[in-house]
Design a binder for this molecule. Structure first.
Ligand code: SF4
Ligand code: SF4
Length: 56
């Protein structure tokens, strides 16, 4: 299942540099994960200070 970023995201950017394949970028409302690029490695999850990243 793909990883997704919820509306709880405060756009701190901490997860972006943690992604090995560059699947995370700043979206219009908050950061987003490109499901077509995400390897579902889970590395970004522990970087988020507000728990906004989870598996859909
Ligand atoms: S699960 Fe892994 S590949 Fe997917 S967005 Fe997070 S760090 Fe990147
Ligand atoms: S680490 Fe969490 S709060 Fe920060 S940009 Fe990523 S999803 Fe948003």
């Amino acid at each position: 299942m793909a990883y997704v970023i919820s509306d709880d995201c405060i756009s701190c950017g901490a997860c972006e540099s943690e992604c090995p394949v560059g699947a995370i970028s700043s979206g219009s409302e908050h950061y987003v994960i490109d499901a077509d690029v995400c390897l579902e490695c889970g590395a970004c999850v522990s970087q988020c200070p507000v728990g906004a990243i989870s598996q859909a």
